[in-house]
Design a protein around this ligand. Sequence first.
Ligand code: ZN
Length: 357
Amino acid sequence: MRPLRALLFCILLGAPAHAQGTPAELIQALQAAARAGDADAYRALLGGSGTFSVEGRNFAADLARVPQPSVTYKLSELRVDGDHARARLTLSWERTVGAVSLVSLPVRLERRDDVWRYAGEDMQVIPASTFTLGALNEADLPQRAAVLAPLLSGAAAQVQAVLGLTASPGATVKVYPSMSALSASVNLSLQPVGGWNEPGEAIKLMLPDGGTAERGALRLLSHEFAHLSVSAALEPGTDKRVPWWLHEGLADWVSSAYWADGRLDARHRSITTAAQSGWVPLDELRDFNAVPESRWGAVYAQGLGLVEFLTARSPDAPLKLARAFATSGDPDVSAQAVGFVTVGVLEAQARAWLAAR
Ligand SMILES: [Zn+2]
């Protein structure tokens, strides 16, 4: 009777046939799901709370989009404390053909009903007024990241000043020691980046070794707070209808106040050159997942150029355009909301304006 009863319990509780009873089994299962690109299986291995519950789902979705057949998951420095554990997770994978990426992160695991699940990076919380600021719990990063706490409200104020949007006072900011560690926590397919934000996720920020100049930190923070605030100003679930180039244009428009001397001039020169010859059709810069890395520069350059063109006509036009994209999902209807007959006309006039500037 006993085995049958146990089996019945498993079926009734919906427990997996081979639930991960140890941290080692959990890590093996994560690796198998990642290699197979099985997003559902990966999600079933996740616990955690807060923004990680969204970040983990998005990480799994990326594995289905870009499977990682060569990825290896390795656990070390395991410390179990009751139903919680801390450990070091080392990932190695071939993000681009022939180039092996290697990243290690301090992570948390949790056990419920005898089943271990992955609960995301081990972050140490740093007091930061109404915001939640966390730093990856390794070396002296939490102590170094404390310099960011008083800057968060300044970055939010910059978004308010430029776009008229209030940044969520409860925003979560997570700090990483390197671009590669940051990107490995987002998606294995993501090239190393210095900042990141997606709807429902934390703002993620790199704090390089040796600290960071205040202006550089404000540049990254205000850029990411702009993404957060624009997303929050749209109807839930419509953020992905806003073209990627427009999202980045708005964010760089906000953060350019903190750019290093000469960087905005250099950007303007590259926009002018692109407008004269080498313009990439905006439609090809619309979908983050469809834009090759070689064109990321065009997304930021042309996006800022479009925002500057629209702002010169009417200060609220860029955000109005973003809202129209989110509401309608139709490029021409969106262009009409800011006074152009079609999106093609908008693009042609912007390009001519930027080429002659
Ligand atoms: Zn951005």
